[in-house]
Design a binder for this molecule. Structure first.
Ligand SMILES: Nc1ncnc2c1ncn2[C@@H]1O[C@H](COP(=O)(O)OP(=O)(O)OP(=O)(O)O)[C@@H](O)[C@H]1O
Length: 264
């Protein structure tokens, strides 16, 4: 069962991360809040251009994990390296897409998509070119001159995702960006995300509660334990794209991940 025409039409071979350079290294990441150890000695790498998903039990610290990676929150211990250097928000581009779409209401859709590039000092001509290219990819061109209050919640999330990809981030962190959307919209936006990622070659870390979503989009899944949280298992998803939700191999992988995090 192919989910959308957009995905069905996408016939290019899947992006392969085999032999790809390492983009991100996380070494001994530990985070404590007082006596509460949330993250305990987490170690992994993300290859350049990889789409990695993270799943884990409720409250295990997925958002804390992203906050430490983005440097919004200091880690108690450990290192995060980007291209072999200590991650530094002033030097590296780390983009973050939250569950709630974040748009500036006084800017048009086009200006919202270009906003991150503006902050990064990308010149006007390049901003406009990249914003147009990305809006075309996600079907936002027809509403480029509208304001956020004139578009739907799912459109706003597409704007936030487009803005994050537009800055050509070293690392794009996504915290359940489609968690609040109904299932049909979610399916559509997941396909759109995969197409954006494949076209632009960004390195993406995607956190979700939704195991089907993780198996559908990711090249690799890290399954987290309950607190104190570490990596329970790493699972490669080498299914061809477009992925088929009822392919027995898809169902088997979904079940394997579910079994790893079920708590009942
Ligand atoms: N600033 C903070 N101070 C103290 N404890 C915190 C803080 N932020 C998070 N925590 C605790 O860290 C743990 C992990 O929280 P976090 O929100 O990162 O989990 P999560 O896996 O993203 O949750 P969910 O599954 O609900 O999305 C929770 O026990 C939470 O109470």
């Amino acid at each position: 069962m192919l989910r959308t025409q957009a995905e069905a039409a996408s016939k290019e071979p899947p992006v392969t991360t085999q032999d790809a350079a390492i983009k991100i290294q996380v070494k001994h990441l530990t985070k404590r809040f007082g006596d509460l150890t949330v993250l305990e000695d987490i170690n992994f790498v993300i290859k350049k251009g990889e789409l990695l998903a993270i799943v884990g039990p409720t409250g295990c610290g997925k958002t804390t994990f992203l906050n430490c990676l983005s440097k919004l929150m200091p880690a108690t211990k450990g290192e995060i390296l980007i291209d072999g250097e200590a991650a530094n928000p002033q030097k590296h581009n780390i983009s973050y897409v939250f569950q709630e779409p974040t748009c500036l209401p006084w800017r048009t859709v086009r200006e919202n998509v270009a906003y991150g590039m503006e902050i990064k000092g990308v010149n006007k001509e390049e901003r406009e070119k990249r914003a147009s290219e990305i809006m075309d990819l996600v079907g936002l061109s027809s509403c480029a001159d509208l304001y956020p209050n004139q578009v739907s919640a799912s459109m706003m999330q597409r704007i936030a995702v487009s803005r994050a990809f537009a800055v050509a981030p070293d690392l794009l962190l996504m915290d359940e960006p489609y968690g609040q959307l109904d299932v049909k919209l979610r399916y559509y936006l997941e396909d759109e995300l995969v197409n954006l990622w494949r076209t632009l070659g960004s390195t993406v870390l995607f956190v979700t509660h939704n195991i089907e979503e993780a198996v559908y989009i990711a090249e690799r899944i890290l399954v987290l334990t309950a607190k104190p949280t570490s990596i329970k298992k790493e699972i490669s998803i080498d299914l061809p794209r477009p992925r088929d939700l009822v392919d027995p191999k898809f169902v088997e992988l979904r079940k394997a991940v579910t079994d790893l995090i079920r708590w009942w």
